[in-house]
Design a protein around this ligand. Structure first.
Ligand SMILES: Cc1cc2nc3c(=O)[nH]c(=O)nc-3n(C[C@H](O)[C@H](O)[C@H](O)COP(=O)(O)OP(=O)(O)OC[C@H]3O[C@@H](n4cnc5c(N)ncnc54)[C@H](O)[C@@H]3O)c2cc1C
Length: 403
């Protein structure tokens, strides 16, 4: 039997749950399908916490998305009674002379300061001594550039997804969980979606399948890369030093290479009682989400400590209380891919990861709903045919020069 909906949302992680919620809020008949039962730990949205910050050093195009996301999280908190956003402050520390590349862009700290000034986001530029005085967990050398944003902090990804799915269902959205989409085919007046259990027709389809999107969509996303990432929780000898409220979320570039940066979180209410630390790696890819190696070795824990925490964060245990593996779906320029599939303007691809998507997800859900309602347009910076996503082309052979 074929069921119909105005919009079918494929994938109900960070982006899909937000899109489903926003479409349901606007009264659309929506059907959401996921191969698992989100929130789950098989994609890119687990691990208890994600950094959020309002002045976005990756580009000013992102600032309205995160500002709107913060408003939506607050609305959802009021509706559900769940805490989703914790404004415990965010710090960017840079001692790379602005040369470190963060999500495809250099000059991260400076660009963050510029965005804060332009969008009037409350912030302070601190000296290293001022930072250490305010947050005694940090040890700085003295030559670092420090940006502090009191309204930054963290979001709880699993809770955000659950809250949006719950609200969407309450507003009439249909959810099909543990059901895998196998094909998306444009038909007259709509799109047919075939799954492991049946088939559905929608006026439009939103594909928010995270790391599974390249396989579902094919060539336009050939240059997205899946990259394994690892998270560790370390126990401090004085937990009070690292409790949220006494310690912020942070990104610290202490050298120029990508492996010279790391980021971290305070001990957050309701989360694992440790300081969560992670790096980003952009060199070793994986073929598909099911290739994720979930075993985190003792050598990986040790490397995190030796290369980053030692001498920079005071009094953290050498062994990790817990570690977890996850993956990024990364575009070469670090930007998102939000655009129609080239063969159909009824199929909208929403692949917004590159390691920094969560903070924008609620705003992206609303952007998607507004695009489908004709109230907003797609952003060229996220287009599927932008140069960074174009597959490598064979050079045309040089033509013989005729005399
Ligand atoms: C380790 C790590 C740390 C991060 N840190 C931050 C951070 O601090 N701040 C920040 O803003 N962002 C951060 N990010 C990025 C952010 O978490 C991601 O951008 C975001 O979670 C991606 O969401 P998504 O909806 O695209 O993918 P997912 O949440 O993975 O959702 C995809 C969904 O699609 C479903 N699906 C896939 N294929 C099918 C199919 N065929 N049929 C049906 N369903 C399907 C999957 O089951 C899944 O539920 C981080 C990411 C990682 C991995």
């Amino acid at each position: 039997m074929t069921e119909t909906a105005d919009v079918i949302v494929i994938g109900l992680g960070a982006m899909g749950a937000a899109a489903l919620h926003q479409l349901a809020r606007r009264g659309a008949r929506v059907l959401g399908i996921d191969r698992f039962a989100p929130p789950h730990d098989s994609g890119s949205s687990h691990g208890e916490t994600r950094i959020t910050r309002q002045a976005i050093g990756e580009g000013e195009i992102y600032v309205p998305l995160v500002l709107r996301s913060h408003e939506i999280w607050r609305e959802l908190e009021a509706e559900t009674g769940e805490q989703l956003l914790l404004e415990c402050g965010f710090v960017a520390i840079d001692s790379s002379g602005g040369q470190a590349v963060m999500h495809g862009k250099n000059g991260f700290a400076e660009r963050t300061e510029r965005a804060a000034a332009r969008f009037r986001i409350p912030h302070e530029v601190l000296t290293p001594d001022e930072l250490m005085h305010r947050f005694p967990g940090f040890t700085l050398r003295g030559d670092e550039r420090v940006y502090y944003e009191p309204g930054g902090g963290l979001v709880y990804p699993e809770r955000c997804i659950a809250a949006q799915l719950q609200r969407a269902a309450a507003l009439g959205a249909e959810l099909r969980l543990n059901e895998t989409v196998q094909a998306i085919v444009p038909v007259a007046g709509g799109v047919r979606v075939t799954t492991s259990r049946g088939s559905y027709e929608g006026g439009h389809v939103v594909v928010a399948a995270g790391g599974w999107t390249p396989a579902l969509i094919g060539p336009p996303l050939r240059r997205l890369q899946l990259l394994r990432q690892v998270l560790h929780w370390f126990v401090p000898d004085r937990p009070s030093r690292y409790q949220a409220g006494h310690f912020p979320t942070f990104i610290w570039a202490h050298g120029v290479a990508p492996e010279d940066s790391f980021y971290g979180f305070p001990i957050a209410p309701g989360a694992t009682p440790g300081v969560k630390l992670a790096t980003e790696q952009f060199s070793t890819g994986m073929g598909a989400p099911h290739d994720l190696d979930r075993t985190v070795t003792a050598a990986e824990v040790e490397a995190m400590h030796v290369a980053h925490a030692d001498g920079r964060l005071i009094g953290l245990s050498r062994s990790a209380l817990r570690s977890a593996a996850c993956f990024y779906t990364n575009a070469p320029d670090g930007d998102f891919a939000i655009d129609h599939r080239p063969d159909s303007d009824r199929v909208l691809v929403v692949s917004a990861c590159s390691g920094h998507g969560f903070k924008h997800s609620a705003g992206i859900g609303e952007h998607v709903a507004r695009v489908l309602d004709g109230e907003d347009s797609l952003r060229p910076a996220f287009a599927l045919d932008r140069p960074a996503l174009e597959p490598f082309r064979m050079r045309e052979p040089d033509k013989p020069v005729s005399s």
